[in-house]
Design a protein around this ligand. Structure first.
Ligand code: SF4
Ligand code: SF4
Length: 94
């Protein structure tokens, strides 16, 4: 019988190699006036959170490079690019 695993366990099988250069950044001035805070809700890896000062902070260690945050951020605060070659996420399929 096939063993079933949940999404979090599946994501845990992926490998992410971090480069010191951050591949995503936000413009805090734009974020400050953002009412929707869409990034907090759409990112499957919960890369975006708010700190005590209510500023958006990013923990890129889990980024799956799906690009959802870039599309969802209608105030256009996000600068996004793929990580340098050889870095970033490696998906384990199956
Ligand atoms: S959705 Fe965009 S503008 Fe709004 S808080 Fe997130 S990154 Fe900033
Ligand atoms: S690209 Fe996807 S996984 Fe990475 S921060 Fe944006 S929404 Fe999250």
């Amino acid at each position: 019988m096939k063993t079933q695993i949940n999404v979090k366990e599946k994501l845990g099988l992926d490998t992410i190699k971090i480069h010191e250069e951050k591949h995503i950044s936000v413009d805090q001035m734009v974020c400050k006036s953002c009412k929707g805070r869409y990034c907090l809700h759409v990112c499957p890896a919960q890369v975006y959170t708010l700190n005590k000062e209510n500023l958006v902070v990013l923990d890129l260690d889990g980024c799956l490079e799906c690009g959802t945050c870039l599309i969802a951020c209608t105030p256009k605060s996000i600068s996004w690019e793929y990580p340098r070659g050889g870095f970033g996420v490696q998906f384990k399929c199956g």
